[in-house]
Write a protein that binds this ligand. Structure first.
Ligand SMILES: Cc1cc2nc3c(=O)[nH]c(=O)nc-3n(C[C@H](O)[C@H](O)[C@H](O)COP(=O)(O)O)c2cc1C
Length: 312
């Protein structure tokens, strides 16, 4: 699965991940309050295409009634395959309102939210959480069986605490301990960066599914690579310069179609940095991408890079 990543896993990128073998997509996190208050920017996050299915829309919030109302509207208006509830976001802006990972500190409320959302919609409801709040806190170990008991469809665990943010390592053994407490499927997440780490995470966590976040940014090929490796033990070749440029330009054109050229061109800067992160001698192209002001600018820049890097 592709992990939800606010500001990064928009529709244009998700469609590409799907084409490269990703089996399940989750939207960027969507504010339940924003939806109920009819905020247009929030509503825009609900858009997805049929080719993205199966897809979950991820909701964040902490009021059971608001979460239920938002889920009902989502189910009525865009009919996703599932609703996922965010209990893992660590950012201060979110947790200070009691949303995201803050729910790990109030397990009764977390359970009530799942119950209300379950009652509000007919589609499966899933939860994505972290191990606990502070270092050493494994409250997900107690919370997960309670979420299981009120009917979540699966639980995704990012093997870090809120306090860790993204530091240290994801604790795959702690994920396995949670797996042993629940009967619904478990999705393991955190630090899966390659075909080999995917195989190792599956073995260590005994998870039913795996979810990839940061390693997919600028690297949608990772889904194909993981599948090929798990099936055959062979790691496919890195994408060619031609394939890389083709995908970036497709991503850009699709983003421009969906969000308008100005916004797409601006947001593409981060993506281009990711697309070239592991490409040797690419500092110059990343620097020059920051000066692109139109789709045509990117097209010229990337085509000249491709011509310089095509061998044979
Ligand atoms: C830029 C960014 C945005 C994120 N946004 C979300 C989000 O909207 N919802 C969520 O549940 N997790 C979010 N996450 C967390 C990821 O889904 C994932 O749990 C985390 O990155 C660990 O997985 P990884 O090691 O494969 O990256 C975000 C992470 C990053 C880096």
């Amino acid at each position: 699965m592709l992990a939800p990543m606010a500001g990064a896993t928009d529709q244009a990128f998700r469609e590409i991940a799907k084409d490269y073998g990703c089996d399940f997509l989750v939207s960027e996190m969507v504010s339940a309050k924003g939806l109920v208050y009819d905020n247009q920017r929030t509503k825009d996050l609900l858009a997805f295409s049929d080719k993205e299915r199966p897809l979950a829309i991820q909701l964040f919030g902490n009021e059971p009634q608001t979460m239920a109302e938002a889920a009902r509207r989502i189910a009525d208006q865009v009919a996703p395959d599932m609703i996922d509830i965010n209990m893992g976001c660590p950012t201060p802006k979110i947790v200070k309102n009691g949303d995201g990972a803050a729910l790990l500190q109030d397990p009764d409320l977390a359970v009530r939210i799942v119950e209300s959302v379950r009652q509000a919609v007919d589609i499966p409801v899933t939860v994505k959480l972290r191990l606990g709040w502070a270092d050493g806190d494994l409250s997900a170990l107690q919370l997960s069986p309670r979420l299981n008991a009120v009917g979540v469809h699966w639980i995704t665990v990012h093997g870090r605490t809120r306090q860790q943010f993204y530091s240290g390592h994801a604790d795959w053994d702690a994920i396995r301990a949670i797996k042993k407490q629940i009967t619904v499927p478990l999705v393991a997440n955190g630090d899966i960066r390659s075909p080999e780490t995917a195989a190792e995470a599956l073995r260590r966590t005994e998870a039913d599914h795996i979810m990839i976040g940061r390693a997919a940014l600028g690297n949608p090929w990772i889904f194909r690579e993981i599948k090929t490796y798990l099936d055959t033990g062979i790691i496919p070749e890195m994408p060619t310069a031609h394939e890389r440029v083709t995908v970036i330009l497709r991503h850009l054109h699709r983003a421009a179609e969906l969000k308008g050229e100005l916004r797409a061109v601006f947001e593409m800067r981060a993506h281009v940095a990711w697309y070239f992160k592991h490409v040797p001698y690419s500092a110059e192209i990343r620097r020059r991408a920051n000066h692109c002001k139109s789709v045509a600018d990117y097209q010229r820049l990337l085509t000249s890079w491709q011509e310089a890097n095509c061998v044979g």
